[in-house]
Design a binder for this molecule. Structure first.
Ligand code: C5P
Length: 286
């Protein structure tokens, strides 16, 4: 059983404050894009993962953690042989590991005939990580709380982006830990932005409340942002805790031109568009 795990970008991200559990309350518009990790699932006696590409330590792997959590939750004794081909850079602000975890929950729920619906899957997803619940809804969504409240935002058109990555691993925890309360905001800009998306194509960009802290900790991330902003003036922002930056482009040809320019400077680039939800079996997309 094959599955695609798409990357996400944050079209807008505001940090509202800090919660008593140490996590931050956020308001974000997230969108899936057409850069994928590829997974394949087959029934097996044990739980085994064969990964190709850069994945990080196996103990932290969200595919295995998702599989174990589902098995424990539904008290199923089955195993699975899972193949994972990584294409989404890790520590990049693109939610690759979270998307892999969500893809594993959804695929194994089917493979094992576990019968979990949105609510149970969402609870498991939120336990695995703040960005995981979004991928059960997919498409474009307004995400609040720690990341567990996800409301779909209709996006019935194609948007083109260039993703530019400076090949730097960013620790999300490090950025959040260093974030001063002066960077918190009410979330109203992002909520308004979500409304504008519903009504059409907003002329302006979203915001990212983590960007100044990211740039202070990782100067290479700011250099990458500036290079992309020169290639696509006024159309570039940081995704999540970075360091990947997103440049909004008028169409595929414009995107290829911007990507080629940044590639020549030594950056890894991806030309992507938003990944629509039609014809996909997403458990939390009503
Ligand atoms: O949930 P996840 O493991 O992806 O979060 C990684 C780190 O990012 C957390 O340990 C926390 O420091 C920070 N974080 C946060 N508030 C969020 C999401 C993440 O403080 N809503």
């Amino acid at each position: 059983m094959p599955a695609l795990a798409p990357a996400k970008i944050n079209l807008s991200l505001e940090i509202v404050g800090k919660r008593s559990d140490g996590f931050h309350e956020l308001v974000s518009v997230m969108q899936e894009v057409t850069l994928f990790d590829e997974l394949v699932f087959a029934e097996a006696d044990d739980l085994i993962l064969e990964a190709h590409g850069e994945c990080g330590p196996e103990s932290e792997n969200l595919v295995l953690r998702a599989a174990r959590l589902l098995r424990q939750t539904v008290e199923i004794g089955k195993g699975a042989a899972i193949g994972l081909r990584k294409q989404i850079p890790t520590g990049a602000g693109l939610g690759g590991g979270s998307s892999d975890g969500a893809a594993a929950l959804m695929a194994l729920n089917r493979l094992w005939d576990a019968g979990c619906h949105c609510e149970t899957l969402s609870r498991m997803a939120a336990f695995l990580g703040s960005d995981v619940p979004f991928f059960l809804t997919g498409g474009t969504a307004l995400v609040t709380g720690r990341g567990e409240h996800v409301v779909p935002v209709p996006f019935p058109r194609t948007a083109w982006y260039v993703l530019t990555n400076p090949g730097l691993h960013v620790s999300t925890a490090r950025v959040f830990t260093a974030l001063p309360p002066t960077e918190w905001s009410s979330g109203s800009h992002t909520r308004k932005f979500a409304e504008e998306i519903r009504d059409g194509d907003p002329s302006h960009l979203g915001v990212n409340g983590l960007a100044p802290t990211l740039f202070a900790l990782y100067p290479e991330a700011e250099a990458c942002f500036q290079a992309a902003d020169r290639a696509a003036p006024g159309q570039t922002w940081v995704s999540g805790s970075g360091p990947t930056v997103v440049s909004r482009c008028a169409g595929p040809h414009n995107a290829e031109r911007v990507a080629a320019q940044l590639h020549r400077l030594g950056y890894t680039t991806f030309v992507v568009r938003n990944y629509p939800t039609e014809d996909r079996d997403l458990p939390c997309r009503a």
